[in-house]
Design a protein. Sequence first.
Length: 295
Amino acid sequence: MSALTGLLDLLDLERVEQDIFRGRSMHSVVPRVFGGQVAAQALVAACRTVPEGRLPHSLHAYFLRPGDPGAPIVYTVDRIRDGRSFTTRRVVAVQHGQPVFHLSASCQAYEEGLEHQEPMPEAPDPETLPTADEAMPRYAEFFRDPGAPERLLRARAAVDMRYVEEPPFASAGRPRAPRSQVWFRTDGKLDGTRDDPTLHLCLATYVSDMTLLDSVLLAHGRGGWAVGDVVGASLDHAMWFHRPFRADEWLLYDQESPTAQGGRGLGKGRIFTRDGRLVVSVIQEGVVRVPREEQ
C-alpha cells in the first residue's frame, strides 16, 4: 500500500452513528498523534454532516491533550446551524473518555463576490528543489537520534515536500530571518471516487501543521522536535479557505513568525497555487520551550 493510499484511508472515517465517527492514527515523529491528522479527521467528520454543495471556508481549533496513537479517536459532531448560505459545525475528538481536540468549522454554498488578494511571493520552481529523499542524507548529522531522519521521512511519505531553503533541523545554532517556504503536493494523483473538493481541503489541513512553526525555530537557531533542542506542541490552529485548489498539484506554503514569547510562538502561513492564486491562510500558536537542562 502506498503512503498516499494509507493517508486517504486514514481520512476515510468509520461512521458509528449519524453524527459520530471513528478514526485511527498513523506513525508520527513524536510519540503522540500528529496534530494535522486530528485536525483533518475532525474536518472530514464535520463535512460528512453538511448539505451537499457547501464547502468549508474556515476552521478554528484547539489542541487540548496529547493524542494516544495506539487508541482510536471518536469524533462527535454538533450541528450548530444550517442557514440559507452558511452551515456551522462543532466537532469534539475524544480518547479514553476525555476530549483531546475541539474544532469549529463554517461551510458556505458557492457565490460570486468582490475579489482581491496579496501577490504571490517569489519562489523557485519546485522541480528545481531536492526531494526529501534526496535532501535528508545531507541532514543526518544534525539529528541526535540516528533513527530520527527515517521516522521523519516515513511520517511525511504521503506528501512530496520540498524546502526552498534549509529546514530548521539543518540550521540549528544559526538564527535566520523568521520565514520559511515549502512547496508541497500529495505524492500521487487523486482520482476516481476520492477526487472531491472536500478531500483536497482536508489534505491541505493535514499538511498545514507540518511546518508552520518552522519560522519560530529559525529565528532562534533551533532545530526542532525531531532534533530535540526544543520541546513543543501545537496549541491552536485556524484556517481560511479562499479559492478552489487541488492538493495533488504544487502549492507554495509561505510561512513567517511575527512573535515568540512566554514559551509560545506564533506562525502565519499563506498557501498559493503555482499560478499565483492565494487559496488558504493559516495561523497557529504553539508551545516552544527550550529543554530544562538549558534553563
